[in-house]
Design a protein around this ligand. Structure first.
Ligand code: ADP
Ligand code: ASP
Ligand code: MG
Length: 415
């Protein structure tokens, strides 16, 4: 008997008919003798709709109340699912985040899971029930408040549960058949990867491939959870996300990712003295804002410019914080730009292969796309460009690195 954690995303539970379809899939696996824990997202469009409602009242709704509101989306799905399951003769119990004891810190809107107490879930499983957990939500134990984990956070609920329960596999069901060489909705020629390493998936997720939430991949890598990303709507095998040493075929480049959810902030005329960077960034990180791609120009006349990116959702708050700091430290001005995007190429084979950057810059130049900033790590190269060129850049890079060719690792390349 296997213990399987499955997660179904918004499109997979986007209508009553789809919820019934998912319930039938779960029933079949339960009847085959497996213990089933199912994590659900809100029905597609529901979370966006709730956020919109909140913004009709306030430009910046209180984070605590926004979480209480957003958590209702997943509450609907689990209740409807259990009703559908019951009609089919499958015994299923819904649990909200606090009932499933998904414990988090108090960062509303982007809470981190700190612990999962599995006693209640285990008892239900032992009594032969399928357990249906509301994704994306948790409980700040100290205050008893509801929290949410950030957009796409149901993936993280599922992987955290799989880790805590010691599940045999965590299946992430979505609207595409797995992890592709790039977003198949942008480049239809993208190919499905048979397997991908945690390291590459971590980069892809952090660079914008929303097929898996980054925190979910972090959890999986830390606790060795085997993830299978696959489609709700076909029975085909998807993509296995596994440790790097299990993959024999290492590609130089395995994917192209893009992220339109970042914005750029430039502080001009910053005094070039020790301690300035910490004065600028400590208040930003103190507000829980993640800063990426920091660039400092060489200084002229003891002044320098500092450019960095933040998530678009944190842009207004970051501008307020940085403007306050800028006047304290005597900087000239603060400029913001939300019309940017980041395109990246990722691959573990890049570690021992030169020429990737040159090829990337050449491909963008051929399309007349100006590079605003460049950022590299061992297994990725990212360029910030104007947002309007995103799709063009993704397709050009996918093409330049020959990713549509059948070079991708197959399941048999996993040892
Ligand atoms: P769900 O609602 O099931 O969580 P998401 O919309 O969060 O689904 O994630 C699936 C989407 O991720 C796909 O529809 C696709 O457009 C996008 N995506 C981006 N990059 C990739 C990639 N490399 N491989 C597969 N899908 C990707
Ligand atoms: N419903 C949440 C969202 O739309 C969480 C999720 O779907 O994973 O972001
Ligand atoms: Mg998602």
């Amino acid at each position: 008997m296997a213990l399987i954690v499955q997660k179904y995303g918004g499109t997979s539970v986007g209508s009553i008919e789809k919820i019934q379809n998912v319930a039938a899939k779960v029933k079949a696996r339960a009847e085959a003798g497996n213990q089933m824990v199912v994590v659900l997202s809100a029905m597609s469009g529901v979370t966006d709709g709730l956020i919109k409602l909140a913004h009709e009242i306030s430009q910046r709704p209180r984070a605590r109340e926004l979480d209480v509101l957003m958590a209702t989306g997943e509450q609907q799905s689990v209740a409807l699912f259990c009703m559908a399951a019951s009609e089919m003769g499958l015994e299923a119990r819904s649990l909200l985040g606090f009932q499933a004891a998904i414990l988090t810190d108090r960062m509303f809107g982007k809470a981190r899971i700190t612990d999962v107490e599995t006693a209640r879930i285990q008892e239900l499983l032992e009594n032969g029930k399928a357990v249906v957990v509301a994704g994306f939500q948790g409980l700040d134990w100290d205050s008893g408040d509801v929290t949410t984990l950030g957009r796409g956070g149901s993936d993280t609920t599922a992987v955290a549960l799989a880790a805590a329960l010691g599940a045999d596999v965590c299946e992430i069901y979505t609207d595409v058949e797995g992890v592709y060489t790039t977003d198949p909705n942008v480049a239809p020629e993208a190919r499905k990867l048979g397997c991908v390493s945690y390291e590459e998936m971590l980069e892809m997720a952090s660079l914008g491939a929303k097929v898996l939430d980054i925190r979910a991949v972090e959890f999986a890598a830390k606790f060795g959870v085997k993830i299978h990303v696959r489609s709700t709507f076909t029975d085909r095998e998807g993509t296995m996300v596994v440790p790097e040493d299990q993959i024999t075929e290492k590609l130089i480049i395995s994917g192209v990712a893009y992220n339109k959810n970042e914005a750029r902030i430039t502080i001009k005329g910053v005094p070039d003295t020790p301690g300035i960077a910490s004065k600028v960034f400590i208040p930003v990180s103190g507000a829980g804002i993640v800063v990426d791609v920091i660039i400092q120009n060489t200084s002229a006349d003891g002044k320098t410019d500092l450019t960095f990116t933040v998530p678009k959702t944190d842009f207004d708050q970051a501008m307020d914080i940085v403007s306050a700091t800028a006047s304290k430290i005597g900087a000239a001005e603060v400029l913001g730009d939300t019309g940017i995007a980041k395109v990246s190429v990722i691959g573990i084979g890049m570690r021992n292969h030169a020429g990737v950057a040159t090829k990337m810059f050449g491909a963008l130049a051929d399309e007349n796309i100006n590079i605003l900033t460049i950022n590299t790590s061992e297994i990725k190269i990212s360029c910030v460009i104007e947002e309007k060129y995103t799709e063009l850049a993704v397709r050009a890079l996918h093409d330049a690195f020959g990713l549509a060719d059948d070079l991708t690792p197959k399941p048999e390349d996993v040892v």
